[in-house]
Design a protein around this ligand. Structure first.
Ligand code: AMP
Length: 547
């Protein structure tokens, strides 16, 4: 082999974006919404605080490879931890604040976290669990909060003040290997215990670079990114790291995630980019429809985490001049692996929207394939489906200290558990989670497609479709829907609405009119709970209908 003569040993570590924040974009801003209004800091000032934090981590005895946990909303201090912890060689473990108590205990003990940084506003949730954490020696409270509620608790600002500043000589970050672990996130685990995905400096660096691609999120120094997707979920889709690299402003809503404060924040701060799940976008749309508020600065909102209804994207564009694009990914894929940006050929006609409603093309460096039950590869014809498998430098190769014995890999490819088709333009369309598909009379019915078509009805707020056991067909779709107040449509009306939109044998013969679709800790429809209610005959509002 004739080796190339490039500087291939230049490490892809987060120390590089940190340095760029300091030297290339000191004026870029971190904006946080707080109880007492907006707090702003320039990247230059934030870097100075990150250096102090890096020093402070040393004083707490944190060493390379140690896990440092956060239990926090999206705010400036959390961002400081995002940079400081990996840059000293330790591992940032973002705890999902919405998990059940037993899962949090399991995760902290499994990760062997030594220090936990907790928002003062979240102490009430964390403190009762502290006695169950085996490895935690120190808590650091961020913002106002009762230090006495936790053992060995320090205040974040005190810690930084005591850590000193660059006047004592600049902080010397250690030399790191790009393959070194930088961050740890646990999957929200629909079966069994949550599993840890351990990101490396290299994987985060490459994934953040992808966040700057125009065919993906397209983050640049001219953007302001509103990060609604939690920083405790899959690195907030890489937006904080991408913003550091690009020099984009970060707008962080802390715990103010309801439609009203978000809409007001958008109107006041004029972000260009935003990332969050469809349920929050749907709330924002309802609010913007009913109030006089200008959210049109959002020229590039990214939505994902579950399928994004086409109608939601169309309504945003037509009524508010907001472009919402769909992304697909998983905690295991850092998370963004595909993005739906069809070519702009002029008017947004039906063909364009058909592509926009798909999950999009795999990003550069992400390889995708579809595999059938017998191992055969599914053709990319836009209709044949198989399990989606992916490979790439920001896709996990295994789980951290996994004891489950479950094998999610196929010749080095990650089996995603998503069923999909891929068309001739390489646009992926997720038709279901493998465990959510409905098999009726030996044929597949896509619950995602039925949900999208139902949510296109003006009276339907939410729709989650699950399989119902059926003597004749093995399974039939049962549509759990939340109707708008004062809705005129009933079950028959919904079937009529679906009649021209889906195959005849997909038409549901039963609905459950529920007051709310239960959600998981990361805001997705929790069909597990609906299935459980169905099996226990506890599902409310059931109505049979003749299709
Ligand atoms: P998580 O690891 O919690 O982010 O969940 C990943 C899973 O969310 C994927 O395997 C998909 O099932 C689902 N998901 C994420 N984005 C989308 C999307 N745009 N459309 C459909 N499903 C999605």
């Amino acid at each position: 082999m004739l080796e190339g003569l490039m500087q291939d040993d230049f490490p892809l570590t987060l120390q590089h974006p940190l340095e760029r924040m300091r030297s290339c974009h000191p004026g870029a801003q971190v904006v946080t919404l707080t109880d007492s209004g907006i707090v702003r800091a320039g990247f230059g000032e934030v870097c100075e605080r990150i250096d102090r934090l890096a020093r402070a981590l040393g004083s707490l005895g944190v060493e390379q490879g140690d896990r440092v946990a956060t239990f926090a909303w999206n705010n400036q201090r959390h961002f400081e931890l995002y940079m400081a912890v990996p840059c000293v060689g330790a591992v940032l473990h973002t705890l999902n604040i919405r998990l059940f108590a037993e899962q949090l205990t399991y995760i902290v003990n499994h990760a062997q976290d030594g220090v936990v940084f907790v928002d003062g506003s979240l102490i009430g949730i964390l403190a009762p669990l502290a006695p169950t954490f085996e490895s935690v020696c120190t808590y650091v409270v961020m913002g106002e909060g009762d230090l006495d509620a936790l053992p060995n608790a320090l205040g974040y600002e005190d810690l930084l003040a005591r850590a000193g500043s660059d006047s004592e000589g600049p902080f010397q970050y250690p030399e790191l290997d790009e393959r070194q672990a930088a961050a740890l996130c646990y999957t929200s685990g629909t079966t069994g215990n949550p599993k840890g995905v351990l990101y490396s400096h290299r994987s985060i660096s490459l994934h953040s670079t992808a966040a700057l691609m125009t065919d993906a999120l397209g983050l640049s120094q001219h953007d302001r990114a509103l990060v609604v997707v939690p920083m405790f979920h899959a690195n907030a889709w890489g937006i904080p790291h991408g913003a550091a690299l690009a020099g984009a402003d970060l707008v962080l809503p802390d715990r103010f995630l309801q439609a009203e404060p978000l809409a007001k924040l958008i109107e006041a701060e004029r972000p260009t980019i935003m990332g969050c799940v469809p349920t929050i976008f749907a709330d924002l749309l309802r609010y913007a429809d009913e109030h006089d508020v200008d959210i049109s600065s959002l020229t590039n909102a990214a939505c994902g985490g579950s399928a994004v209804p086409e109608k939601l994207m169309r309504d945003f564009e037509e009524r508010h001049k907001v472009n919402v694009f769909q992304a697909w990914g998983m905690t295991e894929t850092s998370p963004v692996a595909s993005y739906s940006r069809p070519p702009e050929t002029g008017a947004h006609d039906d063909a364009y929207w058909t592509l926009r409603a798909k999950q999009g093309k795999p990003l550069p460096w992400v390889a995708a394939r579809l595999v059938e039950d017998d191992g055969a590869h599914t053709p990319w014809d836009g209709s044949s489906t198989g399990e989606l498998e992916v490979r790439g430098p920001w896709v996990t190769s295994g789980y951290y200290n996994d004891e489950s014995g479950e094998d999610r890999f196929d010749e080095g490819w990650l089996r995603t558990g998503d069923i999909a088709s891929i068309d001739e333009h390489a646009f992926i369309q997720i038709t279901d989670r493998a465990k959510d598909v409905i098999k009726s009379g030996g044929e597949w019915i896509s619950s995602v497609e039925l949900e999208n078509e139902l949510m296109a009805h003006p009276d339907v707020i939410e729709a989650a479709v699950i399989a119902k056991p059926d003597e004749k067909w093995a399974e039939r779709p049962l549509c759990c829907v939340v109707m708008r107040e004062g809705a005129a449509a009933d079950a028959e009306g919904l079937v009529e609405h679906l009649r021209d939109r889906v195959a005849k044998w997909w038409l549901p013969d039963e609905f459950a009119f529920v007051s709310e679709v239960p959600k998981t800790s990361v805001g997705k429809f929790d069909k597990k709970i609906l299935r459980k209610r169905l099996s226990e005959d506890a599902l409310e509002g059931r109505v049979k209908v003749r299709a």
